[in-house]
Write a new protein. Sequence first.
Length: 154
Amino acid sequence: MKLTALLLSLISFLVPVQAQTNANPSLPQILTFVAPAYPRLASDSRIMGTTVTRIRIGKDGKVIEVNVVRAHHVFAKYVLSALKQWTFAPSEQESEFEVICRFEFVDEDVCVDDDSKPITPETVVSANLPTEVVIRTTLKCIVVNETTSDPVVR
C-alpha cells in the first residue's frame, strides 16, 4: 500500500516535469546579434541592473514580439531596441523564451597614473546566446587635482 502511494506521488511529480521539458524545444540559432548599449544615464549615475525580456520568434527567424517582464526603466528601451534587431535561423515552429541582460560595472582599477596605460572607459559584452547577455562597463575615474583640490573626471 505504501509502495503504491509512493509510486503515484512519484508519477504525479514526473509527469508535469516531462510535459514542461517537451513543451520547450531547443532554442533557435541566432544569426544576427545586437548588444544593448549601456545607457549613459545609468553609467553616469552608477546604476547596475538586470532585465528579463520575453521574445517571440517566427518560423522565418524574425522577431515577432518583445516584451519586458522586469527591468529598471533606464535599461528597458535599450534592451527592446537591441532584441528587435536579432534574427534567427528559420525553423518549423515559432519559439518563445526569456532573455536576461545584466548591466554591470567592471571591478577593475582603471585609474592609473602610469602613462603607458591609457585611461579610457570601456564596455565589454559577453553572452550565452540566445538567453543571456552581460554588458559590463568601467566607472569613470575621478581624480583630485593635487594643486587645486578640484575633481577631474578621466
